[in-house]
Design a binder for this molecule. Structure first.
Ligand SMILES: Cc1ncc(COP(=O)(O)O)c(C=O)c1O
Length: 358
């Protein structure tokens, strides 16, 4: 071994990587606990998907690289777009990465909300872009539409928004999105609709009219397939051509692509789960009101609750009782985000919460 290697000299990474804070979500050791920490489906996925996974794959099928023709056709039909308006992605995360890779160069400007889904900033920083973040109203967490319109400039290359937003929970109207699109004529605008099924608000039909609009959806939330990593990105065909150019031809694995095809066939599962979560969210709000705990109105399957100086005690106390929730106090002092599951699960959460606070 040469002297250089023995001395442990490393090739330095790109400056953008050196400057980044690592992002390490607490994904380990979650099995067998009540997982109200990642806004996942808390009951699983459609039984049709599990049956399919148990029966659907033979050893003969796995050695070949995935083919997407059937998934593209069926998913495009389901979402009401043409196949040329759809990019199949390895979860929303790959959609974000693809959008950044395709449209954002080093030092170009990207506009985000703060706090929001961490992967927007993550990929923009990896790309070495200039990240600008607008704060929600500190008291109400309302979306500052006018401020956003003022901030968008000719130098803004990319705007990424979650609708509804995670972790704050609030959504923006389609009208607000149109106003952003009309202002951001020199930028691409990504609307991340990971929680669409709970809010019912979508910008998807607007892709026909706005060539700079991208909309993403995921199979990780209501469909309960976060472990399989499947999502979709929708935009006009000319953009799809650019996005696909920069995408690995095999980024979605064959099992994920096939499972998504089965999942969309069980809309009863989706409807039942959304109905259950909305009822459970109301039950949780009533319980929190009784405990005099403030929370922010949410259009998603999660609630951001204000515990003040008790946030750490609550997170740790609940963990000791087998319930995981997510501390967001680094972003909003005192705030803890709780995923909404079923009414039964949320009753258990409220009971445990009362004990922790007693
Ligand atoms: C707004 C938002 N977008 C995307 C995701 C992740 O989606 P995926 O699992 O499809 O990468 C999350 C997960 O928490 C999210 O909150």
């Amino acid at each position: 071994m040469s002297e250089t290697f023995k001395n442990g000299a490393h090739v330095r990474p790109r400056r953008a990587i050196e400057r980044m804070e690592p992002y390490r979500p607490p994904t380990a050791g979650r099995t067998d606990l009540l997982r109200l920490d990642f806004n996942e489906n808390t009951v699983g996925c459609s039984p049709r998907v599990t049956e399919f996974l148990q029966q659907g794959f033979s050893a003969a099928q796995l050695p070949s690289y995935p083919e997407y023709a059937a998934a593209r056709t069926e998913l495009a039909a389901f979402f009401g777009v043409s196949e040329e308006e759809l990019v199949l992605t390895n979860g929303t995360d790959e959609a974000i990465q693809l959008v950044v890779n395709t449209y954002l160069d080093v030092n170009q400007e990207c506009l985000l909300m703060r706090p929001s889904y961490a992967m927007y900033r993550f990929y923009a920083q990896v790309a070495g872009a200039e990240v600008y973040e607008l704060d929600f109203n500190p008291d109400t967490l309302a979306f500052p539409l006018e401020q956003m319109l003022e901030t968008i400039s000719r130098n803004t290359r990319l705007v990424m928004l979650a609708n509804p937003n995670n972790p704050t929970g609030g959504g923006i109207t389609r009208h607000a999105i149109v106003r952003i699109l009309e202002r951001a004529t020199h930028a691409m605008v990504l609307i991340d609709e990971a929680y669409f099924e709970f809010s019912g608000v979508t910008a998807l039909p607007l892709i026909k009219d706005y060539p700079h609009l991208l909309v993403s959806r995921t199979f990780s939330k209501v469909y309960g397939l976060a472990g399989l990593r499947v999502g979709c990105l929708f935009t006009q065909p000319a953009n799809v051509a650019f996005l696909r150019k920069g995408q690995s031809p095999y980024s979605v694995n064959a099992v994920g692509a096939a499972a998504a095809r089965v999942a969309i066939q069980d809309q009863d599962f989706v409807t039942r789960y959304v109905t259950e979560v909305l009822a459970a969210r109301e039950l949780t709000e009533v319980g929190l009101d009784k405990l005099h705990l403030p929370y922010f109105a949410s259009d998603g399957n999660f609630l951001l609750i204000q515990f003040g100086d008790r946030s750490r005690k609550v997170v740790e106390g609940l963990r000791a009782k087998g319930i995981l929730v997510r501390d967001r106090s680094h972003e909003i002092p005192g705030a803890v985000r709780v995923t909404i599951g079923t009414r039964e699960q949320m009753t258990r959460f409220l009971t445990s919460l009362r004990e922790v606070l007693a």
